[in-house]
Ligand binder design. Structure first.
Ligand SMILES: C[S@@+](CC[C@H](N)C(=O)[O-])C[C@H]1O[C@@H](n2cnc3c(N)ncnc32)[C@H](O)[C@@H]1O
Length: 212
């Protein structure tokens, strides 16, 4: 699996398909990590979110685990090689040890949908262990509403996207894992959420329950 072949075009494909909707979702809750000191980003992509995070969380250092060298190059160029952002060219599923044992924020936007259910479960459980009690996880993902025409609408989009990304990047996943159940089972609870495009795109703020 590699996003290298699509890295340069990723942003423009996104705008063509969704306009600014994915950006609204990515940027929706960045203030929730304003006071963070150490934030882990998985699958950052081309650095658009990191650029905003560096401003939104001025005291934070960022560890970015990203499997695409081209995405890292784009993110570095966008953020001017900022010393507060450290990039790790790694597969998050294969990581033995993350760069730090403690984080007070985690950010994953349109990353968990790249993983199979088993992979997503493993990554979430490992990362929740590193998150301080009360720490937050900002997540945006595609989602399929439970019923009606919204379900039909979202299912068609999700099918098309998996077809495209499996062809272009050899993505291992072919459907959305139950991300919210996986996070809840790992001890996280939803604090706030928003959705758009009739429930197709959903951003959520999760907090690690105190005492877990
Ligand atoms: C769909 S893109 C999302 C990029 C960006 N976060 C966004 O909001 O658009 C998925 C990103 O996650 C990275 N990625 C996918 N699987 C990964 C893995 N197992 N480990 C690390 N990065 C991964 C890809 O290289 C790509 O940059």
């Amino acid at each position: 699996m590699s996003f290298d072949p699509v890295a340069r075009w990723y942003r423009w494909m996104e705008y063509a398909a969704f306009g600014r909707a994915l950006e609204r979702r990515r940027f929706a809750f960045l203030h929730r990590v304003a006071g963070a000191k150490r934030v882990l980003i998985l699958g950052e992509g081309d650095g658009r979110c990191l650029e905003r995070l560096l401003v939104a969380a001025p005291d934070a250092d960022f560890d970015i685990v990203e499997a695409s060298a081209r995405m890292i190059a784009l993110a570095r160029a966008r953020t001017g090689d900022c010393l507060r952002a450290r990039f790790y060219l790694q597969d998050a599923v294969q990581v033995g040890e993350f760069p730090s044992a403690h984080y007070d924020g985690v950010v994953t936007h349109f990353f968990l949908d790249c993983l199979t259910e088993r992979q997503a479960g493993e990554v979430v459980r490992k990362v929740v262990e590193l998150l301080e009690p009360g720490g937050v996880w900002l997540m945006s993902e595609f989602s399929i509403p439970p019923c009606g025409w919204r379900r039909w609408h979202a299912s068609v989009w999700v099918e098309v996207m998996y077809w495209f990304f499996r062809t272009a990047t050899q993505l291992p996943a072919d459907s959305l894992a139950p991300f919210e159940k996986i996070l809840a089972d790992a001890g996280m609870c939803i604090v706030e959420s928003e959705e758009e495009r009739f429930g197709l795109i959903r951003s959520t703020v999760w907090a690690k329950q105190i005492g877990r």
